[in-house]
Design a protein around this ligand. Structure first.
Ligand code: PNS
Length: 165
């Protein structure tokens, strides 16, 4: 049985992420979607909220589990007995960003990284852009699952109310 880990910040999970998760789940026997925190990115949702959204949107995928992690992704993979990490690639910038991490991870423990090309429909979608567009009043309802959109709208309304208070 081959288990793989699909890590990310997922702040929040987008349709692009979900497409990668579904396709990876069709390749590997078991897929663990793992939320970590990238300290260089601004955060809208707490780790537990990101886990809840991921669990809701992955509920129909029987071989997918959702977990949080901290520390090195290679240690998380080793603890789970997962020999592979799955990442989506939208283009050259993603590749430049991901390649040294994949090389570092194979150096550290031998864990391999499998890159899946993002479906062209979602090539321009990122959590950061979704948050920016939504914050400025743009419609992102077609870019994230409905449960995520509802939470996004609610969170941004909370933030706007706090800022206006
Ligand atoms: O693509 P993202 O969403 O920015 O990924 C974030 C995350 C948390 C998956 C990534 O930053 C990560 O793997 N962090 C774990 C720390 C780690 O192992 N760092 C060394 C990588 S070579």
């Amino acid at each position: 049985m081959t288990r793989a880990v699909c890590p990310g910040s997922f702040d929040p999970v987008t349709n692009g992420h979900l497409d990668i998760v579904r396709r990876a789940a069709a390749i590997f026997d078991e897929l663990v979607v793992a939320t970590g925190t990238n300290p260089s990115k601004s955060r809208l949702f707490e780790p537990e909220e990101r886990l809840e959204m991921l669990r809701e949107v992955c509920a129909d995928l029987p071989n997918v589990t959702v977990m949080g992690f901290s520390g090195l992704i290679v240690d998380f993979c080793r603890d789970l007995g997962a020999p592979a990490i799955v990442k989506g690639l939208r283009g050259g910038n993603d590749y430049e960003y991901e390649l040294p991490m994949a090389q570092m991870n194979v150096h550290l423990t031998g864990v391999e990284t499998v890159f899946l090309p993002t479906n062209a429909s979602w090539g321009y979608v990122s959590s950061s852009l979704v948050k920016e567009v939504a914050t400025l009043g743009g419609d992102v309802s077609s870019l994230v699952p409905p449960v995520v959109h509802a939470r996004l709208v609610a969170r941004l309304a909370e933030r706007a109310a706090q800022d206006g208070a």
